[in-house]
Design a protein around this ligand. Structure first.
Ligand SMILES: Nc1ncnc2c1ncn2[C@@H]1O[C@H](COP(=O)(O)OP(=O)(O)OP(=O)(O)O)[C@@H](O)[C@H]1O
Ligand SMILES: [Mg+2]
Length: 307
């Protein structure tokens, strides 16, 4: 099956390449292209995953549409013609090959001024916050982490009484660091309180909708930007790359949950004894294929549509 793991558009400057996405600066707008690259343990793997980029983009589009009553977002268009036009206007050459490369995986968006914090919302106790909870002694006594009071005796992956806003710094290198709302206010100003309110509201809405469709969105990360004095929801939203997705059927607190999308990849990598430093080993075809199917399944469950 064909994958797109690297993009280039003749006539345009090199994009900014993240682990997964290639971002082209078109002046007032950006073109965000989700490739089929996949990372595990923070390392980009040599294989692409068929359909992964399209799933990420189509899920973002789905949620941008479903949440526009809560917050305006950066989307201008994901239509092939509109994208081709914008790329051409910025000096890029769009032939049939480039169109095919971009199709279904690209979003033309308004370039905003990103607020330099990650707006993380958690509905379940997992990942870095679970680690901090254990370290602080939460299994024996109530603890306060980054200004948030948590009861004693929660288990790993337990559902929290109420979703919590646990922002993080945007680290240029290394890992993002969890911070309190008050620290977020120090970084971006009073607007942090509004970002917190919006983040929790969007998360609640999506969590409730996804849960009815068999997917637990355990936590998620939003980014916001400012444009003409307005707050816009930017980046990708409520995708398996920006969130923890768990299958409702397999959910059992008291342990780490299998990842809806990346579990085959993680299990296989663990089985090889790879030391988690680059380069990562090449995934076998059945792991690639099963993982591709998990992304399509996530899309199918949430949207009710086939990719
Ligand atoms: N509408 C927008 N306006 C301005 N910047 C945006 C917009 N949407 C997304 N961005 C920015 O684009 C960048 C996306 O980068 P991307 O997530 O692909 O890579 P990264 O964050 O550098 O690395 P990683 O792959 O580890 O996440 C983010 O910094 C995000 O803030
Ligand atoms: Mg990113």
């Amino acid at each position: 099956m064909q994958t797109v793991t690297y993009t280039q558009i003749p006539g345009l400057p090199e994009p900014k390449r993240g682990k997964v996405r290639d971002i082209y600066d078109l002046g007032d707008n950006l073109l965000i292209v989700a490739t089929d690259r996949i990372s595990a343990f923070d390392v980009v793997l040599p294989n692409g995953i068929p359909d992964k980029g399209r799933v990420l983009t189509q899920l973002s589009l789905y949620w941008f549409d479903r949440t526009r009553h809560l917050v305006p977002n950066h989307l201008i268009s994901a239509e092939s013609d509109a994208i081709a036009e914008a790329v051409a206007a910025a000096g890029g050459q769009v032939d049939a090959h480039v169109r095919e490369m971009l199709d279904g995986r690209s979003m033309l968006v308004v370039k905003a001024k990103p607020y330099p914090i990650e707006c993380v919302v958690r509905g379940y106790l997992a990942g870095s916050l679970w680690k901090e909870y254990v370290r602080a002694g939460g299994r024996e006594k109530p603890v306060t982490l980054h200004g948030i009071a948590l009861p004693a005796g929660l288990r790993e992956s337990d559902r929290l009484e109420e979703p919590i806003f646990t922002p993080a710094t945007k680290a240029e290198v290394g890992h993002d660091e969890n911070i309190s709302l008050e620290q977020a206010v120090q970084i971006v100003g009073e607007v942090a309180r509004e970002l917190a309110r919006l983040s929790v509201q969007i998360y609640r809405f999506a969590r409730d909708e996804a849960a009815q469709k068999g997917i637990i969105i355990a936590d998620t990360k939003f980014e916001f930007g400012e444009k003409d004095g307005r707050i816009l929801l930017i980046d990708e939203v409520l995708t398996p790359d920006s969130s923890r997705f768990w299958a409702v059927d397999d959910y059992a607190p008291g342990r780490a949950q299998p990842s809806f999308d990346k579990q085959y990849v993680r299990d296989w990598l663990e089985s090889t004894g790879w030391d988690k430093t680059p380069p990562a080993p090449e995934l076998p075809p059945d792991v690639v294929q099963k993982t591709s199917e998990k992304y399509r399944e996530a899309y199918r469950r949430i949207t009710g549509r086939e990719l």
